[in-house]
Every structure is written in structure tokens, then in C-alpha cells.
Design a protein around this ligand. Structure first.
Ligand code: MN
Length: 477
């Protein structure tokens, strides 16, 4: 891969931007890694270029892309953070150091998993771009995983499946999540992967051929209604999500209607509904399969219209209808998926109704900002006044800045709040009004006979704690 293709890509979505910083970052990375090879035999700088290219695909700012090019120089070359700062400024130095920190944590089981996740959250709280670069780095590492020793392959693939793919998902990056999962799948479940992919290309081909027959009919019907679609895409479902879906339906292929999705992209919301009307006029919809995620977006912010109809030759076929903006957000959107509902036992419970998640979503909707502004705002407005602390088991509790152990206790459970007798921060006893800081492990000591104290109202920060303390006093009066 050549630097030029990345520069061209950046120019295509950000024509005004100064590419000098990207070029200089490349020069340094190329010089610093010169002579180093990847396990695959490629020059090391190819890894830097691939990482940067993924970031450009996400349409990120040049600062992030430059940091992506430099992401391994601290760990693998003699370049020092000071030099990066002098040459590229504190922002890029900060990002590169952040990635280096994340890279030091190795996944070796339950405890490490928690530790890893924790670092991720903290990095995120400081600057989400560190996480984006880490994800792009991981994507290329997964693409070249074959080259490394077998015993390491499985560990890295598992880490990808359990940490990085869910993170990508929560950041709204559906495409990246799918790719990371598919790259991990054969290493973690080789038998299942072989079973799934056996004969799959034939199934895909049959399906694709069929949909190619549907397309012109659909186009003609849309033209009759004066709708000119911007694009009609056929997109094969990702392997891993297909496998998960099959599991849900007792491995019955007949139940998979979206093996290849037919996606219709039209210029505005009115057209989306008009397309739905045209489809339903021509083909009978299946009951209970019409989903209006435009009027009622998924909790993670996803928007589209879905319908499943008895299509040409009576074959059951799923259609997805959306605008280009919805499409962009579904594929690459950052942060729209932050509040999530997965039931994975390892999932960290983040309150879905957190004010800042909603704020973020609203902001995304109304502001058509440049990538730079978008990221700036992510950094400053949304992560500034939140802290992440941990239960002794490693669950993340998200609190406003200045929150106390009492806020933490009520966040876990009302009863734990009411019976809160003391607290430990990082294993040391502390006062109940001690403000908590990012990354601390908080343990609440409860006593059955303990009762809420009116003084608590003078320092608690969350409305949850306030209202529950007040309710307790109201009830006991
Ligand atoms: Mn790397």
C-alpha cells in the first residue's frame, strides 16, 4: 500500500485539510521502522499504512490519521514521546502514548479481561480517538493473524471477539464490528466456521442471482412512483452474525431471510416510506416483520425501515430502506451505540438512559459538523464530566464528576445505598463524602442496621441517590 492512496482518500471527504502532517508522520514512521519486518514478511510500515487507511475509511481527522501512522513507534523503535511532541505537537503525542499504554495490556483470562476493559474505558474517557486507532490497529493485526504462532492466534482472536468487536459495536461501527468478528471466528470456533462456510458460497450465489432478478423489477416499480433510488445494494451477511442468527433459529437456514440484504438508499425520509409503499403494493409483507426504525430508532441509534415480503416467485426476502446519512451512521457512526443492551454475561452495564448518551445522540442528529469538530466535541463535551469507577468485580459504574461513595452505592442498588456504613477506595477506607476519581475500585461496606443520613444530601451528586434518600425519609417519617 502506498501513502498516496490514503492522501487521496482524505482529500475526497476533507478537501480543505492540510495533508502535510500526515506526510510528515509517514516519513517518521517509515524511517523509524526501516528494516523491521512483520511476521508476514511485509515491511513494518505497511502495518502503519493499513491502520491509517482504516481511519481514513472512517473519515477521521488528519491528527488521528497521523497518530495512526505513528502508533507503534514508541514501542517498537527508539523514538521517544518527547520527539513526537516536538515534531507533531502534544495532541498527537498524547494519542500515540495512549495507544502504547493500551498495547501493554495482554489478555490472559478473566482478571486481565477486566483490567483490559477498564483501561479501554479510561482511554475512552480521555479521548475516544485512542480507541479508534486501537481498533484500526487490531483490524490489520487480525487480517495478518495467519502469520503469527498458533498459540498466540487464539488468544488474540478471543480478545478481539470479546473486547474489540463489542467496543466497535458500541461505538456504532457496524462494519468494523462485523469484520473483526469474521476475522476471529475461524480461530475461536474452527469446526463451526467450517460447517457454516461449507456450501455457503453456493447459497450466496443462488441468492445473489435471485436478487439480481428482483432489482430491475423493483427499479421499474419505483420509477412508476417517481422514485429514483440513489443506490440499490446487495450485501452478504457477515459470517459470525449469520452463525449467531442460525443458533437462534435452531440452525434452520429457511429462517434466514437476510442472507443477502437488499438495501435501497434514497435521498430523504419521505422517499423511504414511499419505497416501503411500493414494495408492499407489489409483494405481500410477512406479519410482524415490518420494522420502522426511523420513527422508532433502536436504542443504539440505528435507523432504517425493514420489511420482509413474499417476493418474486414467492421467495421470502428482506428489504432495508434508508437515507445516505442513516447508512453512513449504521456503518461507521461513532458513539451512537454507546448505550447497549447485550445480555452477554461479561457485558458491562452502562445505564442506557445516561443523559450524556442522549445528548450525544441528539447532537449527532442536529449538527452537520466536520470530522474535526465532531471529535472535538466528543472529547470535550461528552467525556469531560463523567468518571468511570469499578466494583471489586470489575463492573464499570459511570458517575458524574465529584460523585461520592454514597452515589456509587445507590447506583448499584437502593438497599446498598440505604445500608451503606463505610467505603474503601482501592482497598483503603475512606470518608463517605470523598469525591471519586476515574479508575478507582470502590467497595461499599454495608451493615443491616445502618440507615441513610440526612447529611448525605449535602454531598451526593446523582439524582438517583438524592431521590432515594429523600424517599427513605418520607417513608420513615
Ligand atoms: Mn500496531
Amino acid at each position: 500500500m502506498e501513502l498516496q492512496s490514503i492522501l487521496d482518500q482524505i482529500k475526497s471527504y476533507n478537501p480543505q485539510t492540510d495533508l502535510g502532517i500526515v506526510e510528515r508522520a509517514y516519513d517518521l514512521a517509515e524511517r523509524a521502522h526501516r528494516g523491521q519486518k512483520r511476521k508476514s514478511g511485509q515491511d513494518y510500515v505497511q502495518h502503519c499504512l493499513h491502520t491509517a487507511q482504516t481511519l481514513a475509511t472512517m473519515k477521521l481527522d488528519t491528527t488521528t490519521i497521523a497518530a495512526g501512522l505513528l502508533h507503534d513507534v514508541l514501542d517498537d523503535t527508539t523514538i521517544k514521546a518527547k520527539e513526537i511532541e516536538k515534531e507533531f505537537g502534544s495532541e498527537i503525542a498524547f494519542l500515540v502514548q495512549g495507544i502504547s499504554k493500551l498495547g501493554k495490556i495482554k489478555y490472559r483470562g478473566e482478571k486481565r479481561y477486566i483490567e483490559n476493559l477498564r483501561k479501554m474505558f479510561l482511554a475512552m474517557a480521555e479521548d475516544i480517538r485512542v480507541v479508534l486507532i486501537k481498533l484500526a490497529d487490531r483490524l490489520h493485526n487480525m487480517q495478518t493473524l495467519r502469520a503469527i504462532p498458533e498459540r498466540k492466534q487464539k488468544r488474540i482472536a478471543l480478545e478481539t471477539l470479546e473486547i474489540y468487536a463489542p467496543l466497535a459495536n458500541r461505538l456504532g461501527m457496524g462494519e468494523l464490528k462485523g469484520e473483526l468478528e469474521d476475522l476471529s471466528f475461524p480461530y475461536i470456533y474452527p469446526k463451526e466456521f467450517r460447517w457454516l462456510t461449507q456450501g455457503l458460497s453456493e447459497k450466496y450465489q443462488t441468492r445473489a442471482k435471485y436478487l439480481e432478478r428482483v432489482k430491475p423489477i423493483l427499479k421499474k416499480e419505483l420509477a412508476k412512483a417517481n422514485i429514483a433510488p440513489l443506490e440499490i445494494q446487495t450485501r452478504a451477511k457477515h459470517y459470525y452474525s449469520l452463525y449467531k442468527k442460525l443458533q437462534k433459529y435452531e440452525m434452520n437456514w429457511e429462517k434466514i431471510y437476510d442472507l443477502i440484504a437488499l438495501r435501497i438508499i434514497v435521498k430523504n425520509i419521505e422517499n423511504c416510506y414511499a419505497v416501503l409503499g411500493v414494495i408492499h403494493k407489489n409483494w405481500k409483507p410477512l406479519i410482524g416483520r415490518i420494522k420502522d426504525y426511523i420513527a422508532l430508532p433502536k436504542p443504539n441509534g440505528y435507523q432504517s425501515l425493514h420489511t420482509t415480503v413474499f417476493c418474486l416467485d414467492g421467495k421470502i426476502t428482506e428489504f432495508q430502506i434508508r437515507t445516505p446519512k442513516m447508512h453512513q451512521e449504521a456503518e461507521y457512526g461513532i458513539a451512537a451505540h454507546w448505550a447497549y443492551t447485550e445480555t452477554d454475561k461479561k457485558a458491562v452495564v452502562v445505564d442506557r438512559h445516561l443523559a450524556w448518551v442522549n445528548q450525544l445522540r441528539d447532537w449527532q442528529k442536529e449538527v452537520k459538523a466536520s470530522p474535526d469538530e465532531f471529535l472535538d466535541s466528543l472529547k470535550i463535551d461528552f467525556f469531560k464530566d463523567r468518571i468511570f469507577v469499578f466494583t471489586p468485580k470489575g463492573d464499570v459504574i459511570d458517575l458524574p464528576e465529584g460523585a461520592s461513595p454514597v452515589d456509587f452505592a445507590y447506583q448499584i442498588h437502593t438497599q446498598i445505598g440505604h445500608c451503606c456504613a463505610g467505603a474503601k477506595i482501592d482497598g483503603k477506607l475512606c470518608a463517605l463524602n470523598q469525591p471519586l476519581e476515574n479508575g478507582q475500585v470502590v467497595e461499599i461496606i454495608t451493615k443491616k442496621q445502618e440507615k441513610p443520613n440526612r447529611d448525605w444530601l449535602s454531598f451526593v451528586k446523582t439524582s438517583q441517590a438524592k431521590s432515594r434518600i429523600k424517599a427513605w425519609f418520607r417513608k420513615t417519617r
